[in-house]
Design a protein around this ligand. Structure first.
Ligand code: UDP
Length: 498
């Protein structure tokens, strides 16, 4: 092998590169992982965090993590950006567009991404050889890049393992004709038998969103298929989960890649490893957090408030907004609702403005009496607040884990990718929430589910959710499964034992 490659392998300090999906969930995970690596590894290890211009601009505006890491760990932490094709005033709405532009960067000879991954920095005085790449799992293309640079590749699959497993089973689903299927009510309830380990509960409606109206040319399907194909080629996989949470299907994932690091719930692992005072002030947010909702929560009775949020990407139509709103008001529950700017789809799928004149008086009055609406909340702190009794969530994996950690039962209203599978597992396997049955968001259904979760079946759900929260806490406590797994990961990074 070449001398430069030899140097890469023997070089401590290491350069750990995080190439990542440019969305809030994966950003949270990657920044937290970077923080843990920096604080638990020897001072010889440094981290370069690679993201797109768009995300970098948002982080500089609203998050203090990047600046804090750069300050606390100087010169071991730095940001590098690659161009994503969007101008400073553009706000990319299309997930696949952003992902594709990074794919193209990874594939293009002489691209900035390649340069940064190869040398740790595009700037001459900061160039250092790379010894390990940690990339978001959706970037199947990183296998080739890592091979070319002759460095180990560890994927961080930031979606849920249960969903990851359904991705891997897509070729199987197609073979036995579980895919494609008719999207009628009866068809949607049919059981899926070709996802080993999930036969007893998975239905067509629980498959990832792109399986509905399956189109093999859909770019997201292409990405996911590539992810499945490249998965076994990485030297290891980091998963944001803990051993005690995972079911029968997990053995199949392990068979594909035995070197798994289950280090979740990551945010709890971070809190337990790093001084409480430091973590309190950390924000990874891509939007300005409105912390006034914490004072509002302080004034509410214990476990009386339903927290409502659909994460950083999902958008609802105006009709759906009205159904949720009426359902909330009719349930008479107190609620804290995150309405992210641009999350309401106006005419022609334009989400650029939340055009909301003509709100019926009863909604305005009911909201004033029992509700609080913010554009972005400090979600982890909100879920940890004693006034929160339930979470109406889109079931993104981070939100699901954050709810589990705080023992908060959920109403699941999934939109896409892993959210459909997660909501089924939350309701049917862990039984810590209710599933809105995907596309059935009427005001009557919303009202009934809220009453069921917050009133009639509250104790039953709380008991199970508390039990699961204890398991999560044990996993990150000293000698717990995720605690040990994180130590193992750090040891392997430092010694390059992949
Ligand atoms: N989040 C937040 N404030 C909000 C809404 C969401 O900080 O008002 C955070 C939340 O804590 C979670 C992330 O955004 O860590 C959303 O990630 P998730 O995987 O749940 O969903 P996605 O946004 O990727 O669909």
């Amino acid at each position: 092998i070449s001398p430069c490659c030899l140097w890469t392998f023997f070089c401590i300090p290491n350069m750990i590169q995080a190439a990542q999906l440019p969305f809030q969930g994966p950003i949270n995970c990657m920044l937290k992982l970077a923080n843990l690596i920096l604080s638990l590894s020897p001072a010889t290890v440094s981290v370069t965090f690679v993201t797109t211009d768009f995300i970098h601009r948002r982080l500089l505006l609203h998050s203090n993590t990047a600046a804090r890491l750069a300050h606390d760990y100087r010169p071991r932490f730095r940001f590098e950006t690659v161009h994503d094709g969007f101008g400073p005033d553009e706000n990319p709405r299309n997930v696949s567009l952003l992902t594709m532009s990074l794919e193209a960067q990874a594939q293009a000879e002489g691209s900035r991404l390649r340069e940064v991954l190869g040398f740790g920095s595009a700037e001459d005085e900061m160039k250092k050889p790379v010894s390990c790449i940690i990339a978001e799992g959706l970037y199947g293309c990183m296998v080739d890049v890592a091979k070319e640079l002759r460095v180990p590749l560890v994927y961080f699959d930031t979606c849920s393992p249960c969903c990851l497993w359904t991705y891997f089973c897509i070729p199987n689903l197609l073979k036995v004709v579980d895919l494609p299927f008719q999207d009628d009510e009866e068809g949607l309830d049919a059981s899926i038998t070709s996802v080993p380990g999930m036969e007893t509960y998975l239905r067509r409606r629980d498959l990832p969103s792109f399986c509905h109206a399956y189109d093999p040319n859909n770019p997201v399907i292409q990405l996911v298929l590539k992810e499945a194909q490249e998965f076994p080629k990485a030297q290891g996989h980091i998963l944001n989960t803990f051993d005690e949470l995972e079911g029968d299907y997990f053995a199949h994932i392990r068979a594909l890649c035995p070197n798994l690091y289950n280090i979740g719930p990551l945010h709890l692992n971070l809190k337990s490893r790093i001084q409480q005072e430091t973590t309190k002030s950390i924000s990874n947010s891509l939007w300005q957090e409105d912390r006034s909702c914490l004072a509002w929560l302080d004034a509410q009775p214990p476990k009386s408030v339903l927290f409502v949020s659909i994460g950083s990407l999902a958008s609802m139509t105006k009709d759906q907004l009205m159904e949720i709103w009426h359902g909330l008001i009719n349930s008479k529950s107190r609620f804290l609702w995150v309405r992210r700017p641009g999350s309401i789809i106006n005419k022609d799928e334009d989400t650029s403005q939340d055009d909301l004149e003509m709100i019926p008086d009863d909604l305005v009055e009911g909201t004033k009496k029992r509700g609080c609406i913010v554009s972005w909340a400090p979600q982890e702190e909100v879920l940890a607040h004693g006034a929160i009794g339930g979470f109406l969530t889109h079931c993104g994996w981070n939100s699901t884990l954050e709810s589990i950690v705080e023992g908060v039962p959920m109403i699941c209203w999934p939109f896409y990718v892993d959210q459909q599978v997660n909501s089924r597992v939350v309701s049917e396997v862990w039984k810590i929430g209710l599933d809105m049955n995907k596309d059935n968001c009427t005001r009557v259904v919303v009202e009934e589910l809220i009453k069921e979760l917050m009133e009639t079946r509250r104790d039953e759900f709380s008991k199970r959710a508390d039990k699961m929260a204890k398991l999560a806490a044990q996993a990150v406590a000293e000698d717990g499964s995720s605690y040990n797994s994180l130590n193992h990961l750090i040891d392997d990074i430092v010694s390059m034992r992949f």
